[in-house]
Write a protein that binds this ligand. Structure first.
Ligand SMILES: [Zn+2]
Length: 391
Protein backbone atom coordinates (compact mmCIF):
# COMPACT_ATOMS: atom_id res chain seq x y z
CA UNK A 1 0.00 0.00 0.00
CA UNK A 2 2.77 2.37 1.01
CA UNK A 3 4.48 1.69 -2.30
CA UNK A 4 1.34 2.74 -4.18
CA UNK A 5 1.16 6.02 -2.24
CA UNK A 6 4.76 6.82 -3.03
CA UNK A 7 4.21 6.05 -6.71
CA UNK A 8 1.17 8.32 -6.83
CA UNK A 9 3.07 11.03 -4.98
CA UNK A 10 5.97 10.82 -7.44
CA UNK A 11 3.62 10.96 -10.41
CA UNK A 12 1.97 14.09 -9.02
CA UNK A 13 5.20 15.98 -8.42
CA UNK A 14 5.81 18.74 -10.92
CA UNK A 15 9.28 18.78 -12.47
CA UNK A 16 10.90 21.85 -11.00
CA UNK A 17 13.47 23.82 -12.93
CA UNK A 18 15.84 23.58 -9.99
CA UNK A 19 16.04 19.80 -9.89
CA UNK A 20 16.44 19.75 -13.67
CA UNK A 21 19.41 22.12 -13.41
CA UNK A 22 21.05 20.10 -10.65
CA UNK A 23 20.46 16.98 -12.74
CA UNK A 24 22.11 18.21 -15.91
CA UNK A 25 25.23 19.30 -14.08
CA UNK A 26 25.47 16.02 -12.23
CA UNK A 27 25.01 14.01 -15.42
CA UNK A 28 27.47 16.17 -17.33
CA UNK A 29 30.32 16.15 -14.83
CA UNK A 30 29.96 12.46 -14.06
CA UNK A 31 30.04 11.51 -17.74
CA UNK A 32 33.28 11.04 -19.63
CA UNK A 33 33.12 13.80 -22.22
CA UNK A 34 35.12 13.63 -25.46
CA UNK A 35 35.33 16.43 -28.01
CA UNK A 36 36.19 15.31 -31.55
CA UNK A 37 38.04 18.32 -32.91
CA UNK A 38 39.81 21.54 -31.94
CA UNK A 39 42.49 23.72 -33.48
CA UNK A 40 44.07 24.87 -30.22
CA UNK A 41 47.53 23.78 -31.44
CA UNK A 42 47.44 26.81 -33.75
CA UNK A 43 47.25 29.01 -30.64
CA UNK A 44 49.99 27.05 -28.90
CA UNK A 45 52.39 27.55 -31.84
CA UNK A 46 51.59 31.26 -31.89
CA UNK A 47 52.85 31.43 -28.30
CA UNK A 48 49.71 31.34 -26.17
CA UNK A 49 49.90 29.48 -22.87
CA UNK A 50 46.82 27.26 -22.85
CA UNK A 51 47.63 25.86 -19.44
CA UNK A 52 46.26 29.11 -18.03
CA UNK A 53 42.87 30.70 -18.47
CA UNK A 54 43.09 32.79 -21.65
CA UNK A 55 40.86 35.62 -22.81
CA UNK A 56 41.08 34.82 -26.49
CA UNK A 57 40.00 31.77 -28.45
CA UNK A 58 37.72 29.06 -27.10
CA UNK A 59 39.76 26.49 -25.27
CA UNK A 60 42.44 26.10 -22.60
CA UNK A 61 42.96 23.67 -19.71
CA UNK A 62 40.93 25.68 -17.14
CA UNK A 63 38.04 26.13 -19.57
CA UNK A 64 38.10 22.42 -20.47
CA UNK A 65 37.79 21.70 -16.75
CA UNK A 66 34.89 24.15 -16.32
CA UNK A 67 33.19 22.65 -19.37
CA UNK A 68 33.66 19.12 -18.07
CA UNK A 69 35.54 18.08 -21.22
CA UNK A 70 37.67 15.09 -20.25
CA UNK A 71 39.30 14.26 -23.58
CA UNK A 72 39.77 16.16 -26.81
CA UNK A 73 41.21 15.62 -30.27
CA UNK A 74 43.90 18.25 -30.91
CA UNK A 75 44.56 18.74 -34.63
CA UNK A 76 47.94 19.14 -36.28
CA UNK A 77 47.05 21.30 -39.26
CA UNK A 78 49.50 22.84 -41.71
CA UNK A 79 47.85 25.57 -43.76
CA UNK A 80 48.49 25.49 -47.49
CA UNK A 81 51.12 27.97 -48.59
CA UNK A 82 53.67 28.54 -51.30
CA UNK A 83 56.24 26.79 -49.16
CA UNK A 84 54.08 23.68 -49.08
CA UNK A 85 57.14 21.46 -49.53
CA UNK A 86 57.71 21.80 -45.81
CA UNK A 87 54.38 20.30 -44.72
CA UNK A 88 56.32 17.44 -43.15
CA UNK A 89 58.66 19.68 -41.15
CA UNK A 90 55.89 22.06 -40.12
CA UNK A 91 53.83 19.17 -38.77
CA UNK A 92 56.79 17.95 -36.74
CA UNK A 93 57.34 21.47 -35.37
CA UNK A 94 53.69 21.61 -34.31
CA UNK A 95 53.93 18.27 -32.53
CA UNK A 96 57.10 19.43 -30.75
CA UNK A 97 55.39 22.63 -29.56
CA UNK A 98 52.41 20.58 -28.42
CA UNK A 99 54.67 18.16 -26.54
CA UNK A 100 56.33 21.08 -24.74
CA UNK A 101 52.90 22.27 -23.65
CA UNK A 102 52.02 18.75 -22.46
CA UNK A 103 55.35 18.46 -20.65
CA UNK A 104 54.80 21.79 -18.87
CA UNK A 105 51.35 20.69 -17.69
CA UNK A 106 52.05 16.97 -17.27
CA UNK A 107 50.16 16.87 -13.99
CA UNK A 108 47.05 18.19 -15.76
CA UNK A 109 47.01 16.52 -19.17
CA UNK A 110 48.47 13.51 -20.98
CA UNK A 111 48.65 12.35 -24.59
CA UNK A 112 46.80 9.16 -25.44
CA UNK A 113 48.92 6.47 -27.10
CA UNK A 114 46.70 3.46 -26.53
CA UNK A 115 43.19 2.76 -25.30
CA UNK A 116 44.31 1.92 -21.75
CA UNK A 117 45.69 5.47 -21.36
CA UNK A 118 42.12 6.76 -21.01
CA UNK A 119 41.59 4.81 -17.80
CA UNK A 120 45.12 5.63 -16.59
CA UNK A 121 44.73 9.40 -17.03
CA UNK A 122 41.20 9.28 -15.70
CA UNK A 123 42.43 7.71 -12.46
CA UNK A 124 45.08 10.43 -12.22
CA UNK A 125 42.41 13.11 -12.81
CA UNK A 126 44.22 14.24 -15.94
CA UNK A 127 42.70 15.46 -19.19
CA UNK A 128 43.33 13.28 -22.24
CA UNK A 129 44.71 14.76 -25.46
CA UNK A 130 44.33 12.75 -28.66
CA UNK A 131 46.56 13.92 -31.51
CA UNK A 132 44.94 14.10 -34.92
CA UNK A 133 46.17 15.24 -38.31
CA UNK A 134 43.88 17.52 -40.30
CA UNK A 135 44.90 16.99 -43.91
CA UNK A 136 47.39 14.20 -44.63
CA UNK A 137 49.73 16.51 -46.56
CA UNK A 138 52.65 15.99 -44.12
CA UNK A 139 52.66 12.30 -45.12
CA UNK A 140 53.35 13.16 -48.75
CA UNK A 141 53.29 10.05 -50.97
CA UNK A 142 55.40 8.01 -48.58
CA UNK A 143 53.47 5.34 -46.71
CA UNK A 144 56.34 4.90 -44.24
CA UNK A 145 55.53 8.39 -42.96
CA UNK A 146 52.37 6.91 -41.46
CA UNK A 147 54.47 4.77 -39.13
CA UNK A 148 56.66 7.80 -38.42
CA UNK A 149 53.77 10.03 -37.35
CA UNK A 150 52.11 7.14 -35.50
CA UNK A 151 55.25 6.90 -33.39
CA UNK A 152 55.00 10.64 -32.75
CA UNK A 153 51.51 10.05 -31.33
CA UNK A 154 49.09 10.71 -34.21
CA UNK A 155 45.99 8.53 -33.67
CA UNK A 156 43.50 9.99 -36.14
CA UNK A 157 43.93 11.31 -39.68
CA UNK A 158 41.80 13.24 -42.15
CA UNK A 159 43.07 12.37 -45.64
CA UNK A 160 42.26 15.93 -46.81
CA UNK A 161 41.65 19.40 -45.47
CA UNK A 162 39.91 21.88 -47.82
CA UNK A 163 42.85 21.22 -50.14
CA UNK A 164 43.32 17.73 -51.60
CA UNK A 165 46.33 15.46 -51.19
CA UNK A 166 47.83 13.73 -54.22
CA UNK A 167 45.90 10.59 -53.27
CA UNK A 168 42.56 11.90 -51.93
CA UNK A 169 40.27 14.70 -53.12
CA UNK A 170 38.61 17.14 -50.71
CA UNK A 171 34.99 18.28 -50.50
CA UNK A 172 36.04 21.77 -51.59
CA UNK A 173 38.02 20.58 -54.62
CA UNK A 174 35.44 18.01 -55.70
CA UNK A 175 32.82 20.75 -55.70
CA UNK A 176 34.66 23.69 -57.17
CA UNK A 177 37.78 22.64 -59.04
CA UNK A 178 38.01 20.91 -62.37
CA UNK A 179 39.92 17.88 -61.21
CA UNK A 180 40.88 14.92 -63.37
CA UNK A 181 40.36 12.22 -60.79
CA UNK A 182 38.03 12.18 -57.81
CA UNK A 183 38.29 10.00 -54.73
CA UNK A 184 41.11 7.80 -53.50
CA UNK A 185 43.92 6.73 -55.83
CA UNK A 186 45.45 3.25 -55.53
CA UNK A 187 48.07 4.78 -53.24
CA UNK A 188 45.25 6.35 -51.23
CA UNK A 189 43.72 2.93 -50.65
CA UNK A 190 47.09 1.67 -49.41
CA UNK A 191 47.22 4.57 -46.93
CA UNK A 192 43.75 3.67 -45.63
CA UNK A 193 44.70 0.00 -45.21
CA UNK A 194 47.89 0.90 -43.37
CA UNK A 195 45.95 3.22 -41.04
CA UNK A 196 43.66 0.27 -40.25
CA UNK A 197 46.68 -1.89 -39.47
CA UNK A 198 48.45 0.65 -37.29
CA UNK A 199 45.35 1.59 -35.30
CA UNK A 200 44.83 5.11 -36.62
CA UNK A 201 41.25 6.37 -36.83
CA UNK A 202 40.16 7.43 -40.33
CA UNK A 203 38.31 10.72 -40.23
CA UNK A 204 36.20 11.72 -43.26
CA UNK A 205 35.55 15.35 -42.29
CA UNK A 206 36.67 17.58 -45.20
CA UNK A 207 36.78 14.60 -47.62
CA UNK A 208 34.93 14.85 -50.93
CA UNK A 209 31.96 12.58 -51.54
CA UNK A 210 33.88 10.28 -53.86
CA UNK A 211 36.75 10.06 -51.38
CA UNK A 212 34.19 9.35 -48.67
CA UNK A 213 32.70 6.38 -50.55
CA UNK A 214 36.13 5.04 -51.49
CA UNK A 215 37.13 5.15 -47.81
CA UNK A 216 33.93 3.35 -46.77
CA UNK A 217 34.70 0.63 -49.33
CA UNK A 218 38.34 0.28 -48.29
CA UNK A 219 38.39 0.61 -44.49
CA UNK A 220 37.71 -2.41 -42.32
CA UNK A 221 37.46 -0.38 -39.09
CA UNK A 222 34.96 2.18 -37.75
CA UNK A 223 35.19 5.53 -39.56
CA UNK A 224 34.42 8.92 -38.00
CA UNK A 225 33.52 12.43 -39.10
CA UNK A 226 35.17 14.46 -36.34
CA UNK A 227 33.58 17.84 -37.12
CA UNK A 228 30.75 17.78 -39.65
CA UNK A 229 26.97 18.21 -39.41
CA UNK A 230 23.78 17.20 -41.21
CA UNK A 231 23.41 18.16 -44.89
CA UNK A 232 19.62 17.74 -44.85
CA UNK A 233 19.32 20.52 -42.24
CA UNK A 234 22.07 22.71 -43.67
CA UNK A 235 23.22 21.84 -47.19
CA UNK A 236 26.90 22.74 -46.88
CA UNK A 237 29.58 20.68 -48.65
CA UNK A 238 31.22 19.95 -45.28
CA UNK A 239 28.05 18.29 -44.00
CA UNK A 240 26.91 14.71 -44.49
CA UNK A 241 24.04 13.43 -46.57
CA UNK A 242 21.68 10.78 -45.15
CA UNK A 243 23.33 7.94 -47.08
CA UNK A 244 26.74 8.99 -45.73
CA UNK A 245 25.46 9.10 -42.15
CA UNK A 246 24.00 5.61 -42.60
CA UNK A 247 27.28 4.35 -44.08
CA UNK A 248 29.34 5.71 -41.15
CA UNK A 249 26.93 4.07 -38.68
CA UNK A 250 27.32 0.79 -40.53
CA UNK A 251 31.11 0.88 -39.97
CA UNK A 252 30.45 1.32 -36.23
CA UNK A 253 31.88 4.84 -36.32
CA UNK A 254 30.20 8.14 -35.49
CA UNK A 255 29.43 11.68 -36.61
CA UNK A 256 30.72 14.29 -34.15
CA UNK A 257 28.61 17.39 -34.78
CA UNK A 258 30.51 20.59 -35.56
CA UNK A 259 29.54 23.81 -33.71
CA UNK A 260 30.35 26.09 -36.70
CA UNK A 261 27.32 28.39 -37.19
CA UNK A 262 27.53 28.15 -41.00
CA UNK A 263 27.32 24.33 -40.81
CA UNK A 264 24.39 24.35 -38.39
CA UNK A 265 22.08 27.01 -39.84
CA UNK A 266 21.52 27.34 -43.60
CA UNK A 267 20.48 31.00 -43.26
CA UNK A 268 23.55 32.06 -41.30
CA UNK A 269 26.03 32.67 -44.15
CA UNK A 270 23.71 35.13 -45.90
CA UNK A 271 22.95 37.02 -42.68
CA UNK A 272 26.63 37.13 -41.77
CA UNK A 273 27.46 38.61 -45.17
CA UNK A 274 25.05 41.48 -44.51
CA UNK A 275 26.77 42.27 -41.21
CA UNK A 276 30.22 42.05 -42.78
CA UNK A 277 29.18 44.38 -45.59
CA UNK A 278 27.86 46.89 -43.06
CA UNK A 279 31.22 46.94 -41.20
CA UNK A 280 33.55 46.31 -44.13
CA UNK A 281 35.88 49.22 -43.28
CA UNK A 282 36.37 48.10 -39.69
CA UNK A 283 36.95 44.50 -40.80
CA UNK A 284 39.48 45.60 -43.42
CA UNK A 285 41.47 47.54 -40.84
CA UNK A 286 41.53 44.57 -38.41
CA UNK A 287 42.61 42.27 -41.25
CA UNK A 288 45.41 44.67 -42.14
CA UNK A 289 46.70 44.68 -38.57
CA UNK A 290 46.53 40.87 -38.22
CA UNK A 291 47.93 39.61 -41.47
CA UNK A 292 49.66 36.53 -40.08
CA UNK A 293 47.13 35.00 -37.73
CA UNK A 294 43.78 34.17 -39.32
CA UNK A 295 42.26 32.59 -36.22
CA UNK A 296 42.85 35.40 -33.75
CA UNK A 297 41.90 37.90 -36.44
CA UNK A 298 38.51 36.28 -37.04
CA UNK A 299 37.97 35.88 -33.32
CA UNK A 300 38.62 39.60 -32.84
CA UNK A 301 36.23 40.54 -35.65
CA UNK A 302 33.56 38.34 -34.05
CA UNK A 303 34.12 40.14 -30.75
CA UNK A 304 33.89 43.60 -32.27
CA UNK A 305 30.61 42.75 -33.97
CA UNK A 306 29.24 40.79 -31.00
CA UNK A 307 25.94 42.70 -30.71
CA UNK A 308 25.10 42.20 -34.36
CA UNK A 309 26.17 38.56 -34.30
CA UNK A 310 23.96 37.84 -31.29
CA UNK A 311 20.92 38.58 -33.44
CA UNK A 312 21.80 36.00 -36.09
CA UNK A 313 23.78 33.21 -34.39
CA UNK A 314 22.34 29.71 -34.04
CA UNK A 315 22.01 28.41 -30.49
CA UNK A 316 22.69 25.22 -28.58
CA UNK A 317 19.17 24.18 -29.68
CA UNK A 318 20.24 24.29 -33.34
CA UNK A 319 23.18 22.02 -32.53
CA UNK A 320 20.91 19.54 -30.76
CA UNK A 321 18.56 19.58 -33.79
CA UNK A 322 21.44 18.00 -35.74
CA UNK A 323 22.02 15.44 -32.98
CA UNK A 324 18.27 14.62 -32.97
CA UNK A 325 18.35 14.13 -36.72
CA UNK A 326 21.24 11.68 -36.62
CA UNK A 327 19.68 9.78 -33.70
CA UNK A 328 16.38 9.46 -35.56
CA UNK A 329 18.14 8.34 -38.75
CA UNK A 330 20.59 5.75 -37.39
CA UNK A 331 20.12 5.50 -33.62
CA UNK A 332 21.80 6.77 -30.48
CA UNK A 333 25.13 4.96 -30.93
CA UNK A 334 26.60 6.91 -33.82
CA UNK A 335 26.68 10.56 -32.75
CA UNK A 336 29.06 12.71 -30.76
CA UNK A 337 30.40 16.25 -30.44
CA UNK A 338 33.20 17.90 -32.43
CA UNK A 339 33.22 21.57 -31.49
CA UNK A 340 35.94 22.83 -33.87
CA UNK A 341 36.80 25.28 -31.07
CA UNK A 342 39.68 27.58 -31.99
CA UNK A 343 39.08 26.63 -35.61
CA UNK A 344 35.88 28.65 -35.95
CA UNK A 345 35.85 32.43 -35.60
CA UNK A 346 32.57 32.47 -33.75
CA UNK A 347 30.52 29.84 -31.89
CA UNK A 348 26.74 29.47 -31.33
CA UNK A 349 24.97 31.25 -28.50
CA UNK A 350 25.15 29.17 -25.35
CA UNK A 351 28.32 27.46 -26.60
CA UNK A 352 30.58 30.52 -26.63
CA UNK A 353 33.66 28.58 -25.54
CA UNK A 354 34.68 25.24 -24.00
CA UNK A 355 33.37 26.26 -20.57
CA UNK A 356 29.79 26.32 -21.91
CA UNK A 357 29.81 22.61 -22.82
CA UNK A 358 27.34 21.55 -20.06
CA UNK A 359 24.62 23.46 -21.96
CA UNK A 360 24.57 20.60 -24.48
CA UNK A 361 23.64 18.19 -21.69
CA UNK A 362 21.02 20.62 -20.38
CA UNK A 363 19.35 20.80 -23.79
CA UNK A 364 19.51 17.02 -24.32
CA UNK A 365 17.91 16.45 -20.92
CA UNK A 366 15.18 18.98 -21.65
CA UNK A 367 14.40 17.14 -24.88
CA UNK A 368 13.85 13.94 -22.95
CA UNK A 369 17.07 12.04 -23.59
CA UNK A 370 17.82 9.51 -20.85
CA UNK A 371 21.00 9.77 -18.80
CA UNK A 372 22.26 6.62 -20.51
CA UNK A 373 21.75 8.12 -23.97
CA UNK A 374 23.31 11.44 -22.98
CA UNK A 375 26.44 9.65 -21.80
CA UNK A 376 26.70 7.95 -25.18
CA UNK A 377 26.48 11.25 -27.05
CA UNK A 378 28.95 12.97 -24.71
CA UNK A 379 31.68 10.37 -24.90
CA UNK A 380 30.79 6.69 -24.74
CA UNK A 381 30.24 6.42 -28.50
CA UNK A 382 33.71 7.86 -29.01
CA UNK A 383 35.10 5.43 -26.41
CA UNK A 384 33.71 2.52 -28.42
CA UNK A 385 35.47 3.76 -31.58
CA UNK A 386 38.75 4.29 -29.71
CA UNK A 387 38.49 0.81 -28.20
CA UNK A 388 37.85 -0.80 -31.58
CA UNK A 389 40.45 1.10 -33.60
CA UNK A 390 43.38 1.77 -31.28
CA UNK A 391 45.83 -0.86 -30.23
ZN1 LIG B 1 38.40 21.41 -40.18
Amino acid sequence: MRKVYITILLLCLPSFGFSQSADFKKIHYEAFVIDGHNDAIQRIISGEDLGKKTNSGHLDIPRMRTGGIDAAFFAVWVPPSKTSKTYFQKAINQIESFNKFIQKYKNEIGVLRNYQDIEKYRNQNKLVAILSMEGAHPLGDNIKNLDYFYNLGIRSIMPTWNNSTSWATSAADEETKKIKRKGLSELGKKFIKRMNELGIIIDVSHAGEQTFWDIIQTSTKPVIASHSAVWKICPHRRNLKDEQIKAIAKTGGLIAVNFAPWFLDSTFTKKEKEIRNKYSKLIDSIRNDFKGNILSREFLIGNFLKNDYEKILPTVKTLVDHIDYIVQLVGIDYVGLGSDYDGIGIAPLGLEDASYYPNVTKELLERGYSEEDIRKILGENFMRVLRQVLK
